[in-house]
Design a protein around this ligand. Structure first.
Ligand SMILES: [Mg+2]
Length: 149
């Protein structure tokens, strides 16, 4: 059963549901059925409940994103690309990698919450710029930077 909480619903209604971790309690959060705004609200509520917003300067959050990205990379340090692919099949490693990837997303979302950045809007704009820089006919199958295409 999918639960959709419209972004048009009053913010306090959305936040009440998020604060009660309604979908999380029912293990119903997944990419297909979860609105990005719900995740942004939940991450914000978590920080508010702990009075952690005082630590959330753009500088600190940008560094936290990098630190968590480094924790993610640490699991693959010195591995070949092939081994990093096959090792992701191992449940134990996969669970650790999932945790670090979640940390990266959470701090990125904290950054967007703090600065009022609309994540969907900036990804849309960046993907359009990337498509212009890397047209399929020039970039397909190549890893070169756009200046070298
Ligand atoms: Mg971490």
């Amino acid at each position: 059963m999918a639960i959709f909480i419209s972004t048009k619903a009053p913010a306090n209604y959305r936040n009440n549901l998020v604060n009660h971790n309604f979908k999380a309690e029912l293990n119903m959060m997944n990419d297909a059925d979860t609105h990005l705004q719900e995740i942004k609200d939940r991450v914000l509520a978590f920080a508010k409940e702990r009075d952690w917003e005082q630590f959330h300067a753009p500088k600190n959050l940008s560094m936290a994103i990098a630190a968590e990205a480094a924790e993610l990379m640490e699991h693959f340090l010195w591995q070949s690309p092939e081994a990093s692919r096959s090792d992701m099949e191992a449940e134990k490693l996969r669970a650790k990698v999932e945790e670090e990837l979640a940390d990266v997303f959470i701090f990125a979302i904290e950054f967007a919450n703090l600065t009022g950045i609309d994540i969907a809007k900036i990804i849309d704009a960046k993907m359009k710029r990337n498509a212009e820089k890397y047209p399929v006919e020039k970039a397909k199958g190549r890893s070169d930077k756009y200046t070298e295409l």
